[in-house]
Write a protein that binds this ligand. Structure first.
Ligand code: NDP
Ligand code: A1CAB
Length: 273
């Protein structure tokens, strides 16, 4: 049975929970009526209810009505949610997918106290428009559940299967990465405004240029330097600007930021306990 016939409970209807639900329905493989979203402040999910999703503050009820459970709460909120739902989890029925940063499969299984199949997935906010890069670690799940999870996330973007040990690295590169690339577009916009464009025009121009740059790599499957070499004319303005950025630590700042995020991702849950 494919994921389209399954009832899904997304525990934690915040930024990612809502984006994931919208992406799943936009894929055409899921109906809003088959997806339940939970959060404590239900008022903030009223818009989703109007779109046909079931909303509730009752995590136990959501679990009892679902086949697939998706944990989308913050690491510091996890233990209390798992303690609430543990008794209602039926390992024969439920598959649990966790997108919670820095929490391992074993952490979840130990807290629930049952031999439950757990798959970790790390999507990013582009899941709302089905453009996520989702890293999945599902090697400990059955082949059927591995296929199910892949199907869910392939409907909302690209997927890659990775070792669980690399999950926090994937968080830094792909989930936090959305913010890093957006900040670079924001900075380009500020530069564009300083050299003569209205901010709104500069933003549109910078965003489409960034999209074109990423698309070149994906389309030609080429290395960034190959594409950069095509832009940098001898004695030209691109190499002058690029070198000025590098003298100011452009690549270094990005590399250091990604490493810092990866270390922090590892600590989010384990330092809380
Ligand atoms: N944001 C991102 O780009 C990404 C985030 N992640 C991970 O996904 C998870 C969710 O992140 P994000 O959506 O950004 O965080 P949010 O804070 O936006 O969402 C968390 C949600 O959980 C709800 N919540 C808290 N306690 C409970 C509870 N007891 N029962 C039900 N719902 C509860 C909160 O609502 P309320 O307070 O009303 O209960 C809130 O809406 C995190 O673990 C994060 O690390 C992963 C990939 C990308
Ligand atoms: O900043 C965070 O902790 C979360 C995890 C990945 C993206 N946002």
């Amino acid at each position: 049975m494919g994921s389209e016939n399954k009832k899904v409970a997304i525990l934690g209807g915040g930024n990612m929970g809502v984006a994931l639900a919208k992406g799943m329905v936009a894929s055409g493989k899921h109906e809003a009526a088959d997806i339940t979203l939970t959060r404590r402040n239900l008022r903030l999910l009223e818009g989703m209810a109007r779109e046909g999703y079931t909303i509730t503050s009752d995590n136990v009820q959501a679990v009892e009505n679902a086949d697939i459970l998706i944990l989308s709460i913050l690491p510091q909120q996890l233990n209390s949610v798992l303690d609430t739902i543990a008794e209602s989890i039926n390992p024969q029925r439920h598959l649990l997918i966790s997108i919670v940063t820095g929490v391992t499969v074993v952490d979840i299984q130990k807290r629930v106290g049952k031999d439950l199949e757990v798959v970790r997935a790390m999507p990013n906010t582009a899941i709302a428009i089905r453009e996520s890069m989702t890293c999945i670690s599902s090697s400990k799940a059955s082949a059927a559940n591995q296929a199910l999870v892949k199907e869910i996330f392939e409907a909302v973007g690209e997927t890659v299967e990775i070792e669980e040990e690399l999950m926090t690295s994937a968080t830094a590169l792909c989930a936090c990465g959305i913010a890093f690339f957006l900040r670079s577009i924001r900075a380009a916009t500020q530069g564009g405004t300083e050299i003569g464009f209205h901010a709104a025009d500069a933003l549109r121009m910078a965003a489409q240029t960034a999209k074109g740059a990423a698309s070149l790599l994906l389309h030609f499957q080429s290395h960034p330097e190959n594409e950069i070499d095509k832009v940098t004319s001898p004695k030209g303005c691109t190499i002058a600007g690029l070198n000025e950025m590098e003298h100011n630590g452009f690549s270094s700042a990005l590399i250091k930021g990604i490493k810092t995020s990866s270390i922090k991702a590892e600590q989010l849950y384990h330092n809380e306990k």
